[in-house]
Design a protein around this ligand. Structure first.
Ligand code: 13P
Length: 284
């Protein structure tokens, strides 16, 4: 079926107390793997690309790949720009046919973040697609943006309420102690803060940096109101870890399809597991 927006999905997930998995892909095989996993489990799914991934190929190339795969898939698929680094990039993504965008103004001051998020939300609304924004800072490294754990600033519930009201964004990424990339130790999530945010913010809430967060902790955040969970690093890791031995064990392998298949199969298994953690199986 044609690509869908995330609006319906997230509303249903919020009402049904589960989350939709949002998976970052870098290439054709990873996109195929995510859609295959969603198909096998009859789950709605979000495929997303970051600003740096978009630089590797282009918005239109990724969008074309995902739209073509979605067309023949029996489950709904949304195509999301993750961590849009500027209003302009979000507008380009919307023009290229992405069905959802994230504007990441989290490095800006509160007022500047509101201004760029509101402007992006208005543009996206005109084009009939929803906008995700971020308030507070998710730690770790995403694209070229590095946040040291100590400076990762958690989302303030009252500010979150004001932010959503003044921007009109459709969903909000919250900083509650997760970080992009793998963790050095066990991540310590601020569940109480999440519960406070949920009480005062009505739009769907998004958890970033879910790679390496124990399944039970992800599920606890979903119980407290998270309805979109982003996974990136673990997919890249699974893909590469499966490709590496194929090349290392047999120097005669030169066909990208041979090692691509191994990477793809590993990502299918990982994504199926994450969909189950999110509770979105059977919800397509
Ligand atoms: P991880 O790389 O930690 O899975 O984070 C994913 C993410 O939040 C992408 O926006």
């Amino acid at each position: 079926m044609p690509l869908v927006t995330t609006t319906e999905f997230l509303k249903k997930a919020q009402d049904g107390h589960y989350a939709v998995g949002a998976f970052n892909v870098e290439n054709l095989e990873m996109a195929q793997a995510v859609i295959q996993a969603a198909t096998e489990l009859n789950a709605p799914v979000i495929i997303q690309t970051t600003s740096s991934t978009v630089k590797y190929a282009s918005l239109s190339v990724y969008r074309a790949i995902v739209a073509a795969l979605a067309e023949s898939a029996p489950v709904p698929v949304a195509m999301h720009l993750d961590h849009g680094s500027s209003y302009e990039l979000c507008e380009q993504a919307a023009c290229a046919g992405y069905t959802s965008v994230m504007i990441d103004g989290s490095k800006l001051s509160f007022e500047e973040n509101i201004a760029v998020s509101a402007k992006t939300a208005a543009m996206a609304k005109q084009r009939g697609i929803p906008t995700e924004a971020e308030l507070g800072t998710v730690g770790g490294k995403e694209d070229d943006h590095v946040v040291l754990d100590a400076d990762a600033m958690y989302t303030n519930p009252e500010k979150a309420r004001e932010f959503v009201e003044r921007t009109g964004v459709g969903s909000l990424a919250v900083a509650i102690g997760t970080a992009h990339g793998f963790y050095k130790g066990e991540p310590r999530l601020d569940f109480d803060r999440l519960a406070e945010i949920r009480k005062v913010v009505s739009v769907p809430l998004v958890l970033h940096g879910a790679s390496g967060v124990p399944d039970e902790a992800v599920q606890k955040t979903i119980g407290l109101g998270i309805c979109k969970v982003n996974f990136a690093t673990e997919l890249r890791d699974a893909y590469t870890k499966a490709v590496r031995p194929v090349l290392a064990n047999d120097a005669s392998v030169f066909d990208p399809k041979v090692y691509g298949k191994a990477g793809r199969a590993a990502v299918v298994e990982l994504v199926k597991h994450k969909i189950t953690v999110c509770g979105s199986q059977g919800k397509a």
